[in-house]
Write a protein that binds this ligand. Structure first.
Ligand code: T1G
Length: 655
C-alpha cells in the first residue's frame, strides 16, 4: 500500500507531505514515512525541511487505535528525536488542530508556523494520559512552567495567536500555508538561522510554589484521575532536571498512565462518544431534512436553554408561550443565562448579541407555519403535550420535524395524536439545556429514518452528544435512575445515612451522590407523579415512604431549603438529625432491620443497580450498544469518565 508520506525537493527546500485521512493520526505508516524522509533529507541537497499535512488538519496526535497493539518502530519519541537532531533546519507548518503527538512533532522542529485559525494542544489528559514524546519538557522550555501546566493539565487547545504569544509558534501564515512555509524556510536559510532545539533552551523564570498550588487544585478538580498529578511531576522535572532526566520522568509517567484502568476508561469514552453518533440501521447516504429554523414550545428553564442551544449554533428560533407575560419571562431567562455566560467569560458580548438576535417570540402558533422543526418543552403533562402536538399537526408545514423534550413519557402515544407520526421524535435535553452536552434522541416506532438522521446531524451542529434511545419509561438515563433511587432508599432504611451514601459515591468518583441529586432535582416531582398511581403501581413503600414524608413536611429539596439535607441559603448540603430520625421511624414501621453498612457495599449495590437495568435496556433493544449507555451516564449523570461508564466498569471490574 502506498505510503501516506511523500518527500520532494523544491529548490533547496525538502518538503515532507503527509496525507492520512481522516486526521493524519501518527500511525506506524506515517511515523515510518516521516522517519525515512528525514533520514533521506540529511544526505540530499536540501538546506531546510518543511513538514506539512494535506487534508483537514496537521497531525491530530498519536493513532489511538494502535494503543492496544504492540508498538512498531519507529515510536513517536524516536521520530521526534530524529526531527530535532536534524542537521538542517526543520519547519513545521500547521493547520487545523495540531494535537498531542502531532504538536510534539512541531515542538521538536526548529521553527513553527501556523495558519491564523489553527489550534495547538496537548489533550492527552482527556485520555487519562500525558504527552509521551517530550511535550511536557519542550513546552515548559518554550512557554514556561505556568503556561505548560495550564495547557497540559486542561488538555484544551489554544488558538495560533495565543500559542505565538507564549512562544510555542514563531509565525502566523495567512494565505497558502505550504507556499508560505517554503518561502519562510528559504528566508531562514538565507539568514543562516541557527538549528534552534527547544530541548536545549533554559526554562523561563517561575515561582516554585506553583507546583504545590497546582497539586492542591487538581486534587479537587481531577478526582479519580492519575494523569494530572503525573503531568505536574513531569513539568516540575522539566524545570528542575536535565532534559534527559526530565524525559525519563515523562516516559515512566506515560507508561504508568497508559497501563492504568483510568486511561482505559477514558479511551473507551473517546471512541464511544463517536460511536454513539452512528445509527447502525440507517443507510449512510440518507438525505437529511434541512433544519435552519426551529420553534420552541415553552419558555421555561428547559425551553430557554434549548432555544439558546440552537441560536448558539446559528439557527433561528421562535419561542412560543401562552401569554405576553409568560413570553417576556421566558426571554428574560435567556437574557439572564447569556449575561451569566459573558460574566464567566464563556461568551463575548458580540457573540451574545449575534446569538440573541436569532431568538424571537410569539404567543401565536401561526408563527410556526414555516419552521423546519419544533421542540415542545412544556411540563410533563401528557394531555397537554398531546394537545400541543394536535395544534402543531394543524399548523406546521409538511415535512416539519415535531420533537418532544419529554424526559420519560411515551413518544409513540404523542405521535399517535398527529396525522404524521413519522415526523415525530423525542429530543430529551438535560438541564441546564444550554450547558449539558447529553441529548437522548428517542426513536418512536414510526419515526422516519430521515427524521432520525436529521436530528442526529443537528445534534452535532448544536454541539450535543446524541444517543439514540427506544421508547420506554425514562428512556435510558432516567430509567436506570429508578432502581438507583430505590437502592438508595433501601440503604437508608437498612442503616446508612444520606451523608454516608453520598460521600461513599462521591469518593468513588460520582460528581454528586444520589440523595444530593434527588434534592437538586426536587423530591416533589416524583411525589406528584406517584399521587396519580395506585398502591400497586407505586410498588414497595420502602422505595418511596421517606421521600413522601419529606415532601409532606414541606421538604422538597434544595429549592425549598430542605430535603434529605438542609440548605441554609446556599447549595451546601448539611446533614439533618430530623431526617435521620424520620428514616429510623419508617424503618421500624416497615420492619426493616438496621445495621452498619460499609461504603464498599453502598458503592457495589448502587452501581450494580445501574448495570442490571442497563443490561435489560440492551436486551430490549432500547439502546443500540452498551457504550451508548456509558455515554449517557458520563455526559448526563456525572458518572466518572475515568471509570469508563457503568457498563464498561462492570465488564472490566477486577475481581
Ligand atoms: N487517532 C485515531 N483516530 C482518530 C484520532 C486519533 N488521535 N483523532 C480522531 N480520530 C478519528 C475519530 O475516531 C473519527 O473516526 C475521525 O477521526 C474524526 O474524528 C504520544 C500518545 C482531531 C479534534 O487526543 O480531538 O498523541 O468515527 O469525529 O469532531 O503524546 O478527533 O470517522 O471513523 O472527532 O472533527 C492525542 C483526538 C492522542 C486528539 C477532530 N490526540 N481527536 O474532531 O472529528 S494521544 C487527541 C480529536 C497522543 C502522544 C499521545 C478530534 C479532532 P471515524 P472526530 P472532529
Amino acid at each position: 500500500m502506498a505510503s501516506p508520506v511523500s518527500y520532494r525537493l523544491e529548490g533547496i527546500i525538502g518538503i515532507i507531505t503527509v496525507d492520512s485521512p481522516p486526521v493524519n493520526a501518527l500511525s506506524h505508516a506515517v511515523r515510518e514515512g516521516i522517519f525515512d524522509a528525514i533520514s533521506e533529507a540529511q544526505g540530499d541537497s536540501s538546506e531546510a525541511i518543511v513538514i506539512s499535512c494535506d487534508g483537514r488538519t496537521f497531525f491530530a496526535g498519536a493513532d489511538i487505535t494502535e494503543f492496544d497493539k504492540p508498538l512498531k518502530d519507529p515510536g513517536l519519541p524516536d521520530l521526534v528525536k530524529a526531527i530535532e537532531a536534524s542537521s538542517k533546519p526543520v519547519v513545521a507548518a500547521m493547520h487545523g488542530t495540531a494535537l498531542g503527538g502531532g504538536f510534539e512533532m512541531a515542538l521538536a522542529a526548529h521553527y513553527r508556523c501556523a495558519m491564523p485559525f489553527a489550534k495547538v494542544g496537548l489533550p492527552e489528559v482527556k485520555l487519562g494520559l500525558l504527552p509521551g514524546a517530550g511535550g511536557t519538557q519542550r513546552t515548559t522550555r518554550l512557554a514556561g512552567v505556568k503556561a505548560s501546566l495550564d495547557l497540559i493539565t486542561s488538555g484544551v487547545p489554544i488558538v495560533a495567536a495565543k500559542a505565538k504569544s507564549l512562544g510555542l509558534i514563531d509565525k502566523i501564515i495567512d494565505g497558502n500555508l505550504l507556499s508560505g512555509a517554503i518561502a519562510w524556510a528559504g528566508q531562514l536559510v538565507a539568514d543562516q538561522a541557527p538549528i534552534r532545539r527547544s530541548s536545549e533552551q533554559a526554562v523561563p523564570e517561575y515561582d516554585a510554589a506553583i507546583f504545590e498550588e497546582y497539586r492542591t487544585s487538581l486534587r479537587r478538580r481531577a478526582r479519580g484521575q492519575i494523569a494530572p498529578g503525573r503531568i505536574v511531576a513531569a513539568v516540575e522535572a522539566a524545570a528542575t532536571m536535565s532534559f534527559t532526566d526530565g524525559l525519563a520522568i515523562e516516559k515512566q509517567a506515560f507508561l504508568d498512565c497508559m497501563a492504568s484502568p483510568e486511561s482505559a476508561g477514558m479511551r473507551h469514552i473517546f471512541f464511544a462518544e463517536r460511536e454513539a453518533s452512528k445509527v447502525d440501521d440507517l443507510p449512510r447516504d440518507i438525505v437529511q431534512r434541512p433544519i435552519e429554523t426551529v420553534g420552541i414550545i415553552g419558555g421555561g428553564t428547559m425551553g430557554g436553554g434549548i432555544a439558546m442551544s440552537f441560536a448558539n449554533a446559528g439557527i433561528q428560533v421562535t419561542m412560543i408561550e401562552i401569554s405576553d407575560e409568560a413570553l417576556v419571562r421566558g426571554l428574560s431567562i435567556i437574557d439572564r443565562n447569556y449575561a451569566g455566560s459573558v460574566k464567566r467569560g464563556k461568551l463575548s458580548e458580540k457573540q451574545v448579541a449575534s446569538y440573541r438576535a436569532l431568538i424571537s417570540g410569539s404567543t401565536d402558533y401561526a408563527a410556526l407555519a414555516d419552521v423546519d422543526m419544533v421542540v415542545e418543552a412544556v411540563f410533563e403533562n401528557p394531555d397537554l403535550k398531546k394537545k400541543i402536538f394536535k395544534q402543531l399537526d394543524d399548523v406546521c408545514k409538511p415535512g416539519a420535524i415535531l420533537a418532544t423534550n419529554t424526559s420519560y413519557q411515551d413518544v409513540d402515544a404523542i405521535a399517535a395524536v398527529t396525522s404524521r407520526p413519522e415526523d415525530v421524535v423525542g429530543m430529551h435535553f438535560f438541564s441546564p439545556a444550554h450547558i449539558m452536552k447529553l441529548l437522548e434522541v428517542v426513536r418512536g416506532e414510526k419515526t422516519a429514518d430521515d427524521v432520525l438522521a436529521s436530528v442526529m446531524a443537528v445534534a452535532k451542529k448544536i454541539r450535543k452528544v446524541a444517543v439514540v434511545s427506544g421508547v420506554c419509561y425514562g428512556f435510558i438515563g432516567n430509567r436506570m435512575l429508578q432502581p438507583y433511587g430505590k437502592t438508595s432508599q433501601m440503604l437508608l432504611l437498612e442503616g446508612a445515612t444520606p451523608q454516608q451514601i453520598d460521600s461513599a459515591m462521591e469518593s468513588w468518583g460520582m460528581a454528586m451522590g444520589p440523595l444530593r441529586v434527588f434534592d437538586l432535582a426536587g423530591l416533589d416531582i416524583d411525589y406528584t407523579a406517584r399521587q396519580a398511581l395506585t398502591d400497586e403501581q407505586k410498588g414497595d413503600p420502602m422505595f418511596y415512604r421517606v421521600p413522601d414524608l419529606l415532601v409532606e413536611a414541606g421538604r422538597m429539596g434544595q429549592k425549598s431549603g430542605a430535603g434529605f439535607y438542609t440548605y441554609e441559603g446556599n447549595r451546601k448540603a448539611t446533614s439533618d438529625p430530623v431526617v435521620n430520625k424520620m428514616i429510623e421511624k419508617v424503618a421500624a414501621e416497615l420492619g426493616v432491620e438496621r445495621r452498619e453498612i460499609s461504603d464498599g457495599e453502598i458503592v457495589e449495590r448502587l452501581i450494580s443497580s445501574l448495570v442490571d437495568e442497563g443490561r435489560k435496556i440492551l436486551d430490549e433493544g432500547i439502546a443500540q450498544r452498551s457504550s451508548d449507555i456509558d455515554i449517557v451516564y458520563i455526559y448526563g449523570y456525572g458518572f466518572p469518565a475515568a471509570r469508563g461508564g457503568p457498563m464498561f466498569y462492570a465488564d472490566n471490574a477486577v475481581g
